[in-house]
Design a protein around this ligand. Structure first.
Ligand code: CP
Length: 321
């Protein structure tokens, strides 16, 4: 694998999941694969899981890791070609990406969307510029439209959580549900989740209030139910996520607390496990009773972030050798 920018960079999802199980069974099987290699992690936005799990994965492969919080620790970067740089931005991406490629063998980039200009966000300005001007492989640590490390993690975690159901010859019912949130959030996690589920043998349903339909190209062929209660019926997995409106781009159209995930709602599922990429706002998105119950799989899910990152890093190291 040259770069890991989207879930579509994985040629065979089931082979990837099998290899991820091998990683989980023996975390140090390739403890020298990354000797004398450096992973640079660049954050334009905050992180807990992505930063810590990707760093841990790299260390387990024997890599060195350098982390830069771009907005607080570094020069502000200019991305526009031909700009007269007499403002606040002191360094152009052309030099920055070229220089970082001298220090690092792989670069991970986190850069969220502005959620103001859909067309601009969909160009993936930051991620695309690193791909264009860096000379080393790039990993998407969550961009404007995709969070493929999270998507891969979610596929693996759903595999773990649905073993018994699949052993009975059943196809798991997976529900992606919108839930309320006080801030306007990106579409990246939901997009990558849907793209990943499309590649698995699961029955996926999406439920959200009207006005929250995601990118039609991504949700194509997936049933949408505007009634959360009926969507939850017989569900084996409830995947919870907020996103802002895609049509009325970046806007909050509803904060309806009736969409929060409660134990009463989970009681109408097939003993569903509840997933969320985290961070989660308790008693706004999911209530305490669910998060503190055995239905919650959020800690297991977050633990698997290391497995996904380690699989991706090993594939990139193998490509270069
Ligand atoms: N799920 C996720 O990406 O978590 P962080 O934002 O903390 O990295």
């Amino acid at each position: 694998m040259k770069h890991y920018l989207s879930i579509n960079d994985i040629p065979d999802m089931y082979q990837a999941l099998k290899e991820m199980q091998d990683v989980k069974n023996d975390l140090y099987a390739f403890a020298k694969a990354g000797t004398h290699k450096t992973l640079g992690l660049l954050f334009f936005n905050s992180s807990l899981r992505t930063r810590m799990s990707t760093e841990k994965a790299a260390i387990q492969l024997g890599m060195n890791v350098q982390i830069l919080n771009i907005n607080s620790d570094s020069w502000q970067l200019e991305f526009t070609d031909g700009r007269i740089m007499d403002g606040t931005k002191a360094e152009h991406i052309k030099e920055a990406a070229g220089v970082l490629s001298q220090y690092c063998d792989v670069l991970g980039i986190r850069a969220f969307p502005g959620l103001i200009d859909k067309s601009k966000d969909e160009t993936e300005e930051v991620l695309s510029a690193f791909v264009a001007y860096a000379t080393v492989p790039i990993i998407n640590l969550e961009s404007s439209t995709a969070h493929p490390l999270q998507g891969l993690t979610d596929a693996f975690t759903i595999g773990e959580l649905t073993k018994e159901i699949r052993a009975q010859g059943k196809t798991p019912k997976v529900v992606l549900t919108w839930a309320p949130h006080p801030k306007a959030l990106p579409h990246a996690v939901a997009n990558s989740f849907i793209q990943t589920m499309k590649r698995l043998d699961v029955n996926l349903t999406i439920t959200h209030p009207e006005g929250y339909d995601l990118n039609p190209e991504i949700v194509k062929d997936i049933p949408i139910d505007y009634n959360q209660n009926s969507a939850f019926s017989d569900a084996d997995i409830i995947y919870v996520k907020n996103w802002s409106s895609y049509q009325t781009y970046g806007k909050i159209l509803s904060k309806d607390p009736n969409w929060m995930i409660t134990q009463e709602k989970i009681s109408h599922t097939n003993n569903a496990k509840v997933m969320h990429c985290l961070p989660v706002r308790r008693n706004v998105v999911i209530d305490d009773a669910v998060l503190d119950s055995s239905a919650s799989a959020v800690i297991q899910q977050a633990g698997n972030r290391t497995i996904a990152a380690q699989w991706v890093l090993k594939k990139i190291l193998d490509y270069g050798s």
